[in-house]
Design a protein around this ligand. Sequence first.
Ligand SMILES: [Zn+2]
Length: 120
Amino acid sequence: MRAPRVRARLDACPRCESAIIVALDSAVAGLPVHADPLPLDGPAELQARMEGRTTYNLVGHPAVGQALVERLPELIRHRCHPVVATHRCPGPVPATAIPPPRQTAPAEPDLFTPPDEPPY
Ligand SMILES: [Zn+2]
């Protein structure tokens, strides 16, 4: 598990090995958040809050991609983004559901094999 950043990313819970969303809840003095990657509807969010779990909007952010923003109780009826709740072991999504990372690094040039054609 890597150190959390504001940008939300998928990871695995170190205790139950379920898939979780890891992010900081703020860019300044942010606290690490581990959330279940399962969108909640209204009744499910209410149940999560009654269990003492905090709920977050998973919002698109132009600078960081996706970020978790804590939902304010007075704005709980507004649902403009997917809503997720803090993770509780065991999570609802197994870590095997996380897609493998894409190969984005270009292949390094082979400096030890001579080229097929002479360079001049
Ligand atoms: Zn867990």
